[in-house]
Design a protein around this ligand. Sequence first.
Ligand code: NAD
Ligand code: USQ
Length: 383
Amino acid sequence: MRVLVIGGDGYCGWATALYLSSKGHDVAILDSLVRRLWDMELQSETLTPIAPIQSRLQRWKDLTGKDIELFIGDVNNYPFLEKSMLQFRPDAVVHFGEQRSAPFSMIDREHAVMTQANNVLGNLNLLYVLRDHFPECHLIKLGTMGEYGTPNIDIEEGYITIEHNGRKDTLPYPKSPGSFYHLSKVHDTHNIHFACKIWGLRATDLNQGIVYGVLTEETGMDELLINRLDYDGVFGTALNRFCIQAAVGHPLTVYGTGSQTRALLDIRDTVRCVEIACENPADAGQFRVFNQFTEMFSINDLALMVKKAGTTLGLDVEVKNLENPRVEAEEHYFNAKNTKLIDLGLDPHFLSDSLLDSLLNMAIKYKHRVDHKQILPTVSWRR
Ligand code: NAD
Ligand code: USQ
């Protein structure tokens, strides 16, 4: 298949582009490289030194003989998006190209507006290119488990059947997200659902949990192919951050009581889930939702697992509960369904001691690059 990976210079997108290319698909990457600019704005860098996208792609070609075409530009530049897609003519578009940090979206008005404009309008532009030129193309869009929030009932995969006053219907599952970023994903969801309904587009929304890990078979092939690994208080995510904190002897930063429960998955499962979605396209007019995660853990569980794995490696790991900078439920029910991808063939990598060892060892290898000032959270939801 011809697969366009939007956001292919980022954490999930880079691993996915290489994986799909290794599987024999014709892959192109479209990315504005804006994430590298946001890192500069925050004066933070990924733990792992990532090469310029052109050097990464050249190395991939040298090693495998496979060419990945590159389009540098913004999905909000409509003529650029249209022209790039007309040149590449994708069978499937995997859309990772959004601002994805909840804290970044909560810095101030400008960052909230920028996040929603970048994400919601970018996705809307993409829907129009699909309508006008590629109505058969399968849109695989990255959503997030955080769209659902933490309801006191089981979380279904996108839709719920409700009986009300003697009548019954299957409706979009109610959403209650916890940041302007997570809200942008809810708005995308509604726009894609509507576009499928009125124009007959085909789409799969992958409501992904928190991704952990850094190595995939392909990104581990060469230092120049290495993936990004964020540890800072804005873009770093829970488990990845904890491993890096353990490696540098910083107390693990558990926010609040740490009883918050979240859905997680290994980056090796992210790439496989996208492949599964590509191989099993939605029908024309269908808006499908898959919950893309493999396990659920509380933040305390994650901290304790990292402490245990770190201790085995000789690290002295302390866990510290900080005042929660976010406004979020800490004591809550959380039980989400995730059978659709498994039914289609996902064979999960569960969180294991060996994965934690390899992540901790990676963190130890690059710990000289850690800027300790970037570790504590700086963005508050309450201001
Ligand atoms: P990332 O920041 O590493 O990568 C995103 C990429 O998209 C960057 O390379 C960036 O330059 C590009 N981009 C952003 N806006 C763009 C625009 N307007 N035009 C073109 N390119 C643009 O993020 P990630 O961690 O790889 O996340 C990818 C997607 O997966 C996001 O949509 C995110 O919401 C979703 N997701 C991520 C996680 C996670 O734990 N990382 C979990 C659930 C969902
Ligand atoms: N947390 C801590 N300590 C930390 C960092 C986070 O206790 O040092 C807590 C947060 O308070 C929150 C939970 O861990 O309760 C998750 O935070 P996170 O930063 O790991 O993840 P989140 O903000 O939800 O966002 C990340 C990605 C986002 C994706 C989302 C999936 O950045 O792109 O959409 O995970 S999900 O969480 O399922 O919505």
